[in-house]
Design a protein around this ligand. Sequence first.
Ligand SMILES: [Zn+2]
Length: 116
Amino acid sequence: MKTKAYSIDDRQEMMCSQCDIEQVHKVLAVTKQGTITKAACETCESVSTFSRGVKTEFATGKGKNASPYDRLRKYRKGQAMMHEKFGRGEVTAVVEPHKIDVLFGNEVRRLVHEQS
Ligand SMILES: [Zn+2]
């Protein structure tokens, strides 16, 4: 798959963990191949780190707090949450209809969602 090559200071819309919506991000770092490795949200200033196109880490800026994790809620990729035990996390993937992978710091945990 051929993807666009980015350079530092490029603007790219992507899901912001803090804002909970797509926001324009400023590219802070790229690989030689032009893949984004670090980008900051222009609205809330949170910084996301990527490895091979997958978000591996993110640091929060001055944005609003993530809402508490709720297993009854339906989550989508890129959404942020606040877990009572693991702290702030971000959904990296919906793996099964009722299971999500959530990145806490630099550790991914599998949680349930959309429970009834
Ligand atoms: Zn943001």
